[in-house]
Write a new protein. Structure first.
Length: 115
């Protein structure tokens, strides 16, 4: 059973930065496209960013383009989301998964951006 463990979320003021990290328990990670998702209260979980297995190509939803950067370290089975210029609307629980959400969800990490 694959396990995903997200970390790095906390309360931050608008305009601030956070770096989220996700560790995967399987070596399959190294050949799998990964994504970061978020779910705000009362809303569906949506994808925020994705990265191919090699890291050679990335995707960002429009609302985070230019502010968030996804990266990965296949040697450590980790995927990272650098979040800059945070806005209150970025407040959500953030999760990582395959880009198609094919693995069991982890517990997520709470990001709260105060105005």
């Amino acid at each position: 059973q694959v396990q995903l463990v997200e970390s790095g979320g906390r309360l931050v003021q608008a305009g601030g930065s956070l770096r989220l990290s996700c560790a995967a328990s399987t070596r399959t990670f190294r050949t799998t496209a990964m994504g970061w998702f978020r779910q705000a209260p009362g809303r569906n979980r949506t994808i925020v960013a994705a990265i191919t297995w090699s890291g050679g190509s990335t995707y960002y939803t429009d609302s985070v383009k230019g502010r968030f950067t996804i990266s990965r370290d296949n040697a450590k089975n980790t995927v990272t989301l650098q979040m800059n210029s945070l806005k209150p609307e970025d407040t959500a629980v953030y999760y990582c998964n395959t880009d198609r959400a094919g693995w069991p969800w982890g517990q997520g990490t709470q990001v709260t951006v105060s105005s």
